[in-house]
Design a protein around this ligand. Structure first.
Ligand SMILES: [Mg+2]
Length: 444
C-alpha cells in the first residue's frame, strides 16, 4: 500500500525488540524496520525516508538525553517517540523538550497504544514544522519591512538634501552620498560615488571615504532631463558574506535608479541656475563680461587697489570703422569680428585681467597691479596684433581690423572711482580717433 507509514524501531535488547516488533506488526498500515544502535539508526534514516521512529534511550553507543539530542539533530523533520523502561516522568518530559513528540513506557506497549502514539507524534511533528515555517516567514517579513523602511528613509533624506536651497550643490551631493549606505544593512561595506560630466561639482565627483572600486557594483546613469549628467555607483567588497550578496534585491536596484533620477533633477536645476547667472553677467556673443558685471567686478578691484595702494589701469577700446563692416559685409561678419577681437585680447592679457563689452563695438579692459607705462605696452600689443590679424570669413575675403585705444591709470591715491577713470580713458580714446585711428593714447 502506498500510504503505509514507515516506522523505525531503535532497540538494542533482542527480547524487547521482538516484543515491540510483534506489536507493531499487528498494525496493518505500518511497515517497520529495526536498528540495534544509534549508529545503525542514523545509517537507516540516511538511506530510507521514515515517518516515525520509536527510540530506546539506552543504547550501546548512546545513553539518555544524548540519544534524543543526537537523533533529533540528525533528523529534524522526523517524528520521534521515546521508549522508556521506568515510569520516569522527568526523563520523558526532557525528551519532549529536546525534540521528541511523544513517549511510551515499554511495560505498557501494545498495538493500540503504539498506533495512537504513532499517529499523534506524526501529527504533532507536522504542526511543529508548520509553526516553525510560519515563524520564519514572519521573521523574514519583518526583515524585509525593516529594509524597506531604511530605503524609504534614505529616499526621503536624499530628497530633502537635494531640495534644500540653502545647501550648495556640492554639499548637498556629499550629504546624498553619505545617506545612501545607511539604506542597506551593512553600511560599512558599501561605498558610493557620484561622477558628474558637466563640471558642476568641483573635482567632478563626490564619494564616501571608504569607496573602493570592485566588480561588485550597482550603477545608474544620472540624467538631467534627457542629457546624461553623470553616473552613480554603489560598490561593495568581494568579502561580503553570502547572505549579504542577496542584499541587493530588484527593489534596491530600482532604488538606485530612483536616486540617480533625483540627483539628475538636482543637477539640472543647478545647470539652469548656472546658465541664468551667466546670462546675467556674460555677453552671449563674445563671452566678455557685460557692462553691468564689468562695472561691478572692476569697481571692487579699484576698492582693493585703493585700500592697499596698488596700481590699476583701464583701457577703452573701439574697433575702427566697425559700422562699415556691418554695412559692407553684413551683420554675421560683424559678429565674427567682435568674437575674434575678444579672443585676440584674451591671448594678450593675463588671467587676472578683466575684459568687458560696454556696448556695440566698444570694449573696456581692466589691468590690476599695472601702472600707466605697462598698460600702454599692453595696449600697444593689442593694437599691433590686431593690425596683423586676418579674420577668415566663409564666402569672401578675410577681414582686417584696427582698433583705437585710450589708456588711463586709476588715481587711487586721490580716491578716483571707476566712472571717472573710464571717463579719462574715453577722452584719450577720442584723441586717438581724432588723430587718425589705429593708435594708443594715454590719459593725462
Ligand atoms: Mg536499551
Amino acid at each position: 500500500m502506498p500510504n503505509k507509514q514507515h516506522a523505525l524501531l531503535v532497540e538494542d535488547s533482542p527480547t524487547q525488540a521482538l516484543l515491540t516488533l510483534a506489536e507493531l506488526e499487528k498494525l496493518p498500515d505500518v511497515k517497520v524496520e529495526h536498528a540495534a544502535s544509534l549508529a545503525a539508526a542514523l545509517e537507516a534514516i540516511a538511506k530510507t525516508r521514515f515517518d516515525v521512529v520509536f527510540l530506546d534511550l539506552t543504547l550501546p553507543d548512546s545513553v539518555g538525553d544524548e540519544t534524543v539530542k543526537r537523533f533529533c539533530g540528525a533528523a529534524p523533520e522526523l517524528a520521534v517517540v521515546v521508549l522508556t523502561n521506568h515510569d520516569d516522568d522527568a526523563q520523558a518530559l526532557q525528551s519532549l523538550e529536546q525534540g521528541a513528540q511523544d513517549y511510551m513506557l515499554k511495560a505498557r506497549i501494545d498495538a493500540p497504544s503504539l498506533s495512537r502514539s504513532l499517529r499523534y507524534s506524526i501529527q504533532r511533528k507536522r504542526a511543529e514544522i508548520l509553526v516553525r515555517e510560519a515563524r520564519d516567514e514572519a521573521l523574514e517579513a519583518n526583515r524585509q519591512l525593516e529594509r524597506r523602511m531604511r530605503q524609504i528613509n534614505c529616499l526621503y533624506g536624499v530628497s530633502r538634501a537635494l531640495e534644500s536651497h540653502e545647501l550648495p550643490l556640492k554639499v548637498a551631493m556629499e550629504e546624498v552620498v553619505g545617506i545612501i549606505p545607511s539604506a542597506w544593512l551593512r553600511p560599512e561595506t558599501i561605498g558610493v560615488r557620484l561622477t558628474c560630466h558637466n563640471g558642476l561639482l568641483p573635482g567632478g565627483f563626490v564619494e564616501t571615504p571608504d569607496f573602493v572600486e570592485t566588480p561588485w557594483r550597482l550603477e545608474a546613469q544620472v540624467f538631467a532631463g534627457s542629457r546624461p549628467a553623470g553616473r552613480m555607483e554603489i560598490c561593495w567588497p568581494e568579502s561580503r558574506p553570502a547572505e549579504g550578496s542577496q542584499a541587493f534585491a530588484v527593489s534596491e536596484r530600482e532604488l538606485v535608479r530612483e536616486l540617480a533620477r533625483r540627483v539628475g533633477q538636482a543637477l539640472e536645476r543647478a545647470c539652469v541656475q548656472k546658465e541664468l547667472v551667466q546670462l546675467a553677467t556674460i555677453d552671449f556673443l563674445t563671452e566678455a563680461l557685460n557692462r553691468r558685471h564689468f562695472m561691478q567686478m572692476v569697481g571692487s578691484e579699484i576698492q582693493r587697489a585703493t585700500r592697499y595702494g596698488r596700481p590699476l589701469s583701464v583701457l577703452m577700446l573701439d574697433i575702427d570703422h566697425f559700422k562699415r563692416i556691418n554695412d559692407d559685409r553684413g551683420h554675421a561678419a560683424g559678429d565674427e569680428a567682435l568674437k575674434a577681437f575678444v579672443i585676440l585680447c584674451r591671448d594678450v592679457l593675463r588671467d587676472q585681467d578683466i575684459i568687458g563689452r560696454l556696448g556695440g563695438e566698444e570694449f573696456a579692459i581692466a589691468l590690476p597691479e599695472t601702472g600707466l607705462a605697462s598698460a600702454e605696452v599692453v595696449a600697444g600689443r593689442v593694437r599691433a596684433h590686431l593690425a596683423e590679424m586676418e579674420i577668415p570669413l566663409s564666402g569672401g575675403d578675410p577681414l582686417h581690423l584696427t582698433t583705437s585705444i585710450g589708456v588711463a591709470e586709476c588715481k587711487v591715491k586721490e580716491g578716483e572711482g571707476l566712472e571717472a577713470c573710464l571717463g579719462r580713458a574715453d577722452a584719450a580714446l577720442y584723441r586717438a580717433k581724432a588723430q587718425g585711428r589705429d593708435r594708443v593714447e594715454a590719459a593725462e
